[in-house]
Design a binder for this molecule. Structure first.
Ligand code: GRG
Length: 309
């Protein structure tokens, strides 16, 4: 089985999270206008599992143990894009959530206008971070390719497009639930959540100098983690506890959202997760990479599936 012991995994996650937290604090140390930076820091530095950053760093580590530093700015940029998507997603015009990561949402603290603008500034800061902070050891054409793929993962082909599909699949757009097929739902998940998670493993591998076949395997591994993560998210909305989740469960049902669990039921959702876990582990086993970081990727996949929040 491609997974680390729980002790090794905890140590690995703690060490990589510390690197990411310290570097994010540095990249977010701006001071003018003060209230804008405060709002940006509130959402980026306010907790979170850092799953996407960990996937990026573990992918780079797995390819080349000396490549970690090359991927740190990109891992931070991913967390900035993720945080901005959460800020915008929580706004009254979208999900209208009061609670995120166990605290009031950004707009509840700073107001809607500033929450919008903090999200905008974070999206731009993410591009700046990849382009400006990636070490010169990475060729310029690779840095530009990575920045381009990040833009694609965030935009109409990725998160924004997925969010629009998500809205179309809920009562919001008056689209009857029964018109949403499994394929449509999977495609929406692939964009809305999957694109950034796929980018996380792909970019770590790309920055570490992976060849074409390994890049494809790491991208597919990211897709598997992304879909598994989203199905787990859908399950947690049904089975999760508000205190542990740090957000309000039961919202999918209440807002008549199309989710994996609503379409396929709890048992089939769990069966799909088991299939995805096997596929992800098989991808790692066949990658020919035997380093400890490869088993960390296996453990991150398990974590994405078996987490409680
Ligand atoms: C990217 C330009 C741009 C806009 C965003 C609002 C929007 C457009 C997209 C929504 C994307 C979204 C919020 C997807 C949900 C993803 C999801 C399940 C988030 C929860 O992720 P976790 O559990 O959160 O990793 P933590 O708090 O642990 O980081």
């Amino acid at each position: 089985m491609v997974a680390a012991t729980s002790f090794e995994f905890k140590e690995y996650v703690a060490s990589r999270r510390e690197i990411v937290e310290n570097r994010l604090r540095e990249y977010l140390s701006g001071s003018e206008p003060e209230v804008l930076w405060e709002s940006m820091r509130y959402s980026v530095l306010g907790g979170g599992k850092r799953l996407r950053a960990l996937l990026c760093l573990a992918s780079a580590d797995a390819l080349n143990p000396d490549a970690l530093e090359l991927a740190v700015p990109c891992a931070c940029a991913i967390e900035m894009v993720h945080a901005m998507s959460l800020i915008h997603d929580d706004l009254p015009a979208l999900d209208n959530d009061d609670l995120r990561r166990g605290r009031p949402t950004n707009h509840k603290v700073f107001g809607e206008a500033l929450a919008l603008l903090a999200g905008d500034a974070l999206l731009v800061l993410a591009s700046e971070t990849v382009l400006e902070q990636t070490p010169a050891d990475v060729g310029r054409s690779v840095v530009i390719e990575v920045a381009l793929e990040l833009a694609r993962a965030a935009g109409a082909a990725g998160m924004v497009g997925g969010q629009v599909e998500d809205m179309a699949f809920t009562g919001l757009a008056k689209r009857p639930q029964e018109l949403v097929t499994g394929a449509m739902l999977e495609s929406m998940h692939r964009r809305k959540t999957g694109a950034l998670i796929r980018f996380s493993t792909w970019s770590g591998a790309r920055l570490a100098g992976a060849d074409e076949s390994r890049l494809r395997a790491f991208a597919r591994f990211g897709e598997v983690v992304g879909l598994a993560f989203q199905i787990t998210d859908d399950l947690l909305d049904v089975t999760g506890d508000a205190k542990v989740l740090g957000k309000t469960p039961g919202k999918d049902e209440a807002s008549d959202k199309a989710t994996w669990v609503r379409l396929h039921g709890v048992d089939q959702s769990r069966a799909k997760l088991a299939d995805l876990e096997s596929e992800g582990k098989a991808l790692l086993s066949s990658s020919g990479l035997l380093s400890g970081a490869t088993s960390m990727l296996g453990s991150l996949l398990e974590y994405a599936i078996h987490r409680l929040s």
